[in-house]
Design a protein. Structure first.
Length: 500
């Protein structure tokens, strides 16, 4: 009897211990959930605070300069620079929206990779020219080195590769107040190696494990620093999606180094762009376009682009109104918003495609929604192409050229006394540079490329004249460059740099 009672007591004690252990585990899970919720709430608050700052800063430029320009008058100095500031601020806002869209795609596993043949040296030099301008504006030095053995052309997604480099170099500029930001590019064992380093604030060791998490702001972050904490997270995800790796080494107060390795696949060189200059019209008979959108401003933007180059343009503010016009008049093409009240763009396109008489009308979808599902829906409805908003002139003209089989009339850069670079040259001018030009120091070639990229013709000619006077071996090189148009000057310099 006593033994049985003893066994029962021991069993009860064991049950109590198990219950106590489960209770402690539940408490730990609750505490962990509470900590995670509080951390998420803090991250959300920090994100909203940063987003407010990031949105309001460019909006201040956009709205402020727009009001000044709307007032007009002769007291507004340098209106072109103010217009450029509005464009730059709008591009900054668009970049943030794209980051948020990419975040959603990353979280849902739907971030798309669209590989194509990419002229790697030219691609890198176009980025370097921008970084050098930013370095000068920030009072920093930007160093760029490229392995001469890198392939001329690889299979890559230029958008995603640009995102990786922009995010890493952008962060380096952001956290460097003095000194140098550098980008090194090399290839080894079928791997593309990117290395971005700086002499900035560095990263605290405690921050390193969280560096690639969304919305994370390290202990070296302050309110004057731009960004919402998504760049490194998205860069890390893109690198991994491409089958690569990203690593970071940093010493607080001394700087940081980010290293990226990506698999590389060789590809043939892409075809040269079909348009070199500003489009002012097209050959042949007048073409008519119907622009459909329930927002008048959106219609007007596209209409102005089209009217400027000679299209006859009609407008419709709804799918039903557009369908009536399409059935009563001839249109070579229709550019329609997708999301409209009543009959939306997809329903409009299905109606058009169901009418055999309208089979030859080119249907182009245009929308601010750029999710892959929306594009697939537009394609399923019968649209021939997709034009994302904000509308870019080059995208609009490229799509029209393809679907209306247009031959553009292009205005080349004008020649005048301040621009002696208007002589027509063949596309292979870059490969016929004097050998002396290739012997110039890399920093001199980059300086010339930056001036050409900025369109600063006067400063470029002065620099060429200075080179010619200081070094007689450069005279032929300088004279040849002076006789080229700016786009060819840039290509020539890029070619020389890519072979260094």
């Amino acid at each position: 009897m006593v033994d049985q009672r003893t066994r029962e007591l021991r069993q009860s004690e064991q049950h109590l211990r198990e219950h106590y252990r489960e209770l402690r585990q539940s408490q730990e899970r609750l505490r962990e959930a509470k900590d995670n919720a509080e951390a998420a709430n803090r991250a959300k608050t920090a994100f909203l605070t940063n987003m407010s700052h990031e949105v309001r800063t460019p909006l201040n430029s956009i709205l402020g300069y727009a009001q000044l320009l709307l007032r007009g008058g002769n007291n507004i100095k340098d209106p072109d620079s103010k217009l450029q500031s509005i464009i730059d601020s709008g591009a900054h806002l668009l970049g943030m929206m794209n980051e948020l869209l990419d975040l959603a795609r990353v979280e849902s596993g739907k971030l798309a990779i669209n590989s194509e043949p990419l002229d790697l040296p030219s691609f890198l030099q176009s980025l370097v020219a921008e970084f050098e301008i930013r370095a000068r504006q920030s009072g920093l030095r930007f160093d760029f080195s490229i392995d001469p053995s890198i392939p001329q052309c690889i299979e890559a997604d230029p958008l995603r590769l640009r995102q990786i480099i922009y995010n890493l170099v952008g962060n380096a500029f952001k956290f460097t107040s003095a000194g140098t930001v550098s980008l090194k590019v090399a290839t080894s064992d079928s791997r593309l190696r990117l290395e971005v380093s700086d002499t900035g604030r560095g990263i605290a060791e405690a921050d390193l494990p969280y560096l690639f998490k969304p919305f994370y702001q390290g202990s070296n972050h302050d309110q004057s620093t731009e960004g919402v904490g998504l760049g490194l997270y998205i860069a890390d995800k893109i690198v991994k999606l491409l089958g690569g790796e990203i690593h970071v080494n940093s010493v607080l107060g001394k700087g940081s180094k980010f290293s990226v390795e990506l698999p590389v696949k060789l590809a043939p060189l892409p075809a040269a762009p079909s348009v070199d200059g500003r489009i002012i019209g097209y050959e042949g008979a007048s073409r008519s376009i119907l622009v459909v959108d329930d927002d008048r401003s959106n219609r007007d933007v596209i209409k102005q682009f089209l009217v400027e180059v000679g299209f006859a343009v009609e407008e419709a503010d709804s799918g039903n109104a557009a369908l009536g016009l399409i059935r009563s008049r001839h249109f070579d093409g229709v550019i329609s918003d997708i999301r409209m009240t009543g009959k939306d763009g997809n329903a409009l396109c299905r109606d058009v495609r169901s009418d055999e008489k309208l089979a030859k009308v080119a249907m182009i979808a245009s929308s601010a929604s750029v999710y892959d599902g929306d594009r697939r829906d537009a394609e399923s409805a019968g649209f021939d192409d997709f034009l994302p908003k904000p509308v870019k002139e080059r995208d609009l003209f490229r799509i029209l050229e393809q679907h209306l089989r247009l031959q553009w009339i292009v205005k080349r850069e004008p020649r005048d006394d301040s621009d002696a670079m208007g002589a027509a040259q063949t596309a292979d001018s870059a490969q016929r540079l004097p050998v002396n030009g290739r012997s110039l120091p890399v920093e001199k070639l980059r300086e010339l490329l930056t001036l050409a990229g900025e369109g600063n013709v006067v400063a470029l000619r002065d620099k060429l004249r200075e080179l010619s006077e200081k070094n007689s071996d450069c005279t032929g090189f300088a004279k040849q460059l002076v006789e080229l148009r700016l786009p060819i000057v840039s290509n020539s310099l890029k070619y020389s740099l890519s072979r260094r």
